[in-house]
Design a binder for this molecule. Sequence first.
Ligand SMILES: C[S@@+](CC[C@H](N)C(=O)[O-])C[C@H]1O[C@@H](n2cnc3c(N)ncnc32)[C@H](O)[C@@H]1O
Length: 458
Amino acid sequence: MIGTDPTLPATGVPATGVPATGVPATDVLALAAQRVEAETGLTFPGTRRRQFDAALGRMAEALGLPGAAACASWLLAGPWDAARSALCARFLTIGETYFFREPRALDLVCDVARAHLARGETRLLRIWSAGCCTGEEPYSIAMTLRRCAPRLLPDGVTILATDLNDAFLDFARAGRYRRWSFRRTDPADLDEFFRPLGDGRFEIDPQLRAAVRFASLNLASGAYPSSATGTPAQDVIFCRNVLMYFGQEQARRVIARMRDCLVDGGWLVVNASEASTSLFAGFTPVYQEDAVFFRKSALPAPADVPAKAPAAAPVAFTPAPEPAPAPAPAFAPTPAPAPRRDDAMARVHALADAGRREEALQGLRRAVEADALSAPLQQDAALFALEHDDRALARQCVRRLLYLEPDSAIGHYLSALIEDAAGRRPRARILLREFGRLAPGADAELRGALRQWMERAS
Ligand SMILES: C[S@@+](CC[C@H](N)C(=O)[O-])C[C@H]1O[C@@H](n2cnc3c(N)ncnc32)[C@H](O)[C@@H]1O
């Protein structure tokens, strides 16, 4: 509480529950959400606004303020200082992470490291985990390198790990983790890289801990690239499960700045559901079964910009053993307007009706990439993909749908069907329960129709 807890900032907001400006509480909350987005990138559209309002209520409690509106006034008053940034990081960021979360991205690190050694490079290999949370991601990178390119550790590589949340960074520096962080870790890796502390926690090998440098960095700021933050000339940047919480324009700016931080041919790794290719000007997407990586390519000169952005042709993932010449520009800086959802789906259906299934699915892939932020399109596309037996595409569309509309009942139902078909029954049951909660009145007809789709696809 203010006045009793010296670690919390003084707000200067009167404890009356009335925003100092006299602006209605709903407006002041909306203004605070806008300011938070401008300062941190974190956005709370649609149903996520409720989460923001609730978090401000908790923040107000911690500050000793009478309610969310008073807290919003405090966030709006004065310059954006360390106290506001720290409070937002503490109450608004999501700390979900675990070791070895994305094995394919770690395979990519291995390939890049081996190629670096094979070329006899004398410069350091540089890897950056941006939005590193409590450290599981950068330490997974260090462990992977220890195993696949041990010659690089400790002096041939820098692993930079940054986050907005200083509490996460302190935790990461300590390097002590509970079992939950190892939920996808091979027990042999746990034995090899950690020592049990006897209280249920495990401590990372001190040499691995020393291989990672943790630092505070707000991705919505202009602090990179800059030698002061050690961010230029990166070979690989991980920015996974971070941009999904950002507004589109902020995400685009982060991606452009990260491109400036990469060496030519360097890699940007994001989560597949964050991978709307229209945001990645100057990158070539490289697709794997359920992952996509972005490789820095040349930006097209303004005169070269085609009238219509070319479709993102899937490329097989082949790690380059040699330094890659910058590939030809694949994307225009400004994408062409996305086709309307109904037009796109009508074309896809027409192809399927003509018996041209492969072309229909290719068209669908292009449509969902071109309009990755349309929830209705992702939903239609998921249904079509299920019906036409392309579960990987269906999974990708459903994941995007649930990112865009976390409370989508049909998204949960489709997810349940996909999990069920993959034999993951317990997870399917959880999703079905969630579907029931979100759509208590969902009629048997809908359920029946969806089940039929699935049966036809299986
Ligand atoms: C869900 S975690 C992802 C952790 C890790 N990258 C992974 O995929 O396992 C998201 C992280 O992004 C961080 N984050 C959110 N906004 C940020 C910003 N503006 N600058 C830096 N980090 C931010 C959060 O603090 C949180 O640690």
